[in-house]
Design a protein around this ligand. Structure first.
Ligand code: FAD
Ligand code: NAP
Length: 510
């Protein structure tokens, strides 16, 4: 609902929508870009009409502010006057008006939960809703699991802790069998210990202000068949702890993932390497006090402060190479996250990212996304349709599929780009196709030079029907598609026309 979401990316007026194939460019209203909005918020203008005063808003009061020129919306208990923002909202005024004078949290979460509205709209803050639920306070006894959920939610995990002279071990009993090291994200920041366990579409949180200091590094182990997670913390002093600490927000709760906020940690830029004329491989290092592994097919959000406003954009981590056997990992352990990022000279976020120096910090969120590795089960044919940086989710998928799915007979990537110069990791892809006979690659260019004798054009029924041939009549197939939103939407329509079922298609979106 708010901000410049990559869901509507490319922006309506983006150069990416200037089509060679007759697709038209929709002009943005002059002076109403995100950057213009940021400038307005910094201008000192009174955007709430309350001269900086914050008030407590009752439901009756909120309901009264339901017109375009007097529009208040509540998000997670905070009320904003969004009238000044109307013309800057990329989703349009009508979409904002759907939440006028009411609680827009659900609508907001449906569209772009990840957008940092707190920062974007801080000058529009009117105040808090009058009734708010309180965060429990007090010291923590042993685990008292709480589950405020409906019947269909997973069984609530529980936790316990014990100690030796030098160590504190926190044990999470997930009661699930399919728990992996990427199911748990652990952070220790500012004396707070946070362990989030992802169980299906739910999140179970241990979030504690620790009673004593611990060292930065800790170990995380998963005992798979019993679904137990053990986190071993190192005490800084060999004293006996009488309690673990005090509970923080949502501690010991199992809640739907969609209802949790994004959690960030600061990561350091380690390297930046040119891949094409406009795309770079960025390597970020997680802090020693974080355990985080991004699951295949998921993305994270990067956050930077640009002229005083926090801006968030999604990016999909990749492996550092498609040819891991040929190339030693540049960096030794799983503390590093790699991204292939295209720099748009007129974009808001990527030029800022590109200006970062080695050693600078970027905030990285916990992973998000609905791709499930179980989609690979018994898979025989895997087809990947990627356009531009829509290639990024395909990197880990390729690496994983070719090494871990014994039933796989064929993997084909159709990679759409404007020109040859835009093809990311072309030589690696060609080497991979040479090395692994199950893998084929087809490049399609929309604006090739006259020397190009490969496929040309845009995604089309003719290209797809020729490309998507099953290896056997009834082979189990998965088609993954990612690229500019209109490309993905058109691709899905064409795949349905070719009689592929919903379960056989996975599209990557925000
Ligand atoms: P924007 O400011 O969004 O601008 C993008 C384009 O629009 C530019 O060409 C710019 O010129 C044009 N534009 C912007 N404002 C105007 C205006 N007022 N008038 C005319 N034109 C304008 N990208 C990657 O490179 N790698 C990834 O791994 C990746 N993963 C993603 C994962 C997901 C789930 C999603 C949804 C997107 C992903 N993206 C990825 C895209 C990424 O999130 C950003 O959208 C992208 O980096 C552009 O951000 P930006 O702020 O630099 O550009
Ligand atoms: P690009 O270079 O502008 O385009 C790549 C190819 O796609 C070009 O051949 C282009 O043709 C074609 N194309 C663009 N729009 C099309 C449409 N409407 N119909 C058919 N073909 C179309 O792409 P990019 O700048 O790298 O952008 C990549 C996109 O992928 C971004 O929008 C990004 O947000 C998205 N992405 C999403 C995820 C995710 O997980 N959801 C991950 C990574 C990237 P033309 O020459 O005609 O433009």
């Amino acid at each position: 609902m708010l901000n410049v979401p990559s869901q509507s990316f490319p922006a309506p007026s983006s150069q990416q929508r200037v089509a060679s194939g007759g697709r038209s460019k929709v002009p943005l209203k002059q002076g109403r870009s995100l950057m213009d909005w940021i400038r307005l918020t910094k201008s000192g203008k009174d955007l709430t009409g309350l001269k900086g005063r914050l008030i407590e808003v009752t439901e009756e009061e909120l309901k009264k502010h339901n017109k375009k020129d007097d529009c208040w919306i509540c998000i997670r208990g905070f009320v904003y006057n969004v009238s000044p923002y109307m013309e800057y909202h990329p989703g349009g005024e009508d979409e904002l008006m759907r939440a006028a004078g009411s609680d827009g949290t659900d609508l907001f979460d449906q569209v772009h939960r990840w957008v940092n509205y707190e920062s974007m709209l801080k000058e529009c803050l009117v105040g808090r809703m009058a009734v708010k639920s309180a965060v429990p306070k007090g010291m923590l006894p042993k685990s008292q699991p709480t589950n405020p959920l409906a019947k269909e939610s997973p069984v609530s995990p529980s936790y316990d802790w014990f100690q030796t002279d030098s160590l504190v071990t926190i044990v999470i009993y997930t009661k699930q069998k399919d728990i992996n090291l990427d199911s748990v994200i652990v952070d220790y920041q500012d004396d707070s210990f946070r362990a989030e366990t992802i169980i299906k579409d739910y999140s179970y949180l241990i979030y504690i202000g620790l009673s004593h200091e611990i060292q930065e590094d800790f170990s995380v182990q998963v005992v798979k068949n019993v679904g137990k997670i053990e986190i071993v913390l190192k005490k800084t002093e060999n004293t006996s702890w009488t309690c673990l600490g005090h509970p923080l927000e949502n501690h010991n709760l199992l809640i739907p993932k969609k209802d949790t906020g994004l959690y960030y940690r600061k990561c350091q830029l380690i390297s930046k390497e040119d891949v094409t004329h406009d795309t770079k491989l960025f390597c970020l290092m997680l802090p020693p006090s974080t355990h985080l592994q991004v699951p295949i097919g998921q993305h994270v959000y990067l956050k930077l402060t640009i002229t005083g406003t926090e801006i968030v954009k999604p990016y999909t981590p990749v492996s550092n190479s498609l040819l891991s056997e040929f190339k030693e990992p540049v960096l030794p352990n799983n503390k590093y996250i790699y991204f292939l990022i295209k720099i748009y000279p007129a974009g808001l976020f990527t030029p800022e990212l590109d200006h970062l120096q080695i050693g600078d910090f970027v905030s990285v969120s916990s992973p998000e996304g609905n791709f499930k590795i179980s989609q690979f089960q018994e898979l025989e044919d895997l087809f990947l349709l990627a356009a531009g940086t829509g290639f990024t989710p395909m990197v880990k998928i390729l690496n994983y599929a070719l090494t871990n799915i014994p039933t796989l007979r064929k993997v084909k990537l159709m990679f759409f780009n404007k020109t040859e110069d835009d093809i990311i990791w072309r030589s690696q892809l060609e080497k991979l196709a040479f090395k692994d006979k199950r893998f084929d690659i087809e490049f399609v260019l929309s604006a090739p030079t006259s020397e190009w004798n490969g496929k040309q054009g845009h995604i089309s029924p003719a290209l797809l029907s020729e490309f998507l041939k099953r290896s056997l009549d009834k082979s189990k197939v998965l088609i993954c598609i990612c690229g500019p939103m209109p490309f993905t939407e058109q691709g899905i329509r064409l795949l349905h026309d070719l009689n592929f079922s919903k379960d056989e298609i996975h599209s990557f979106t925000a």
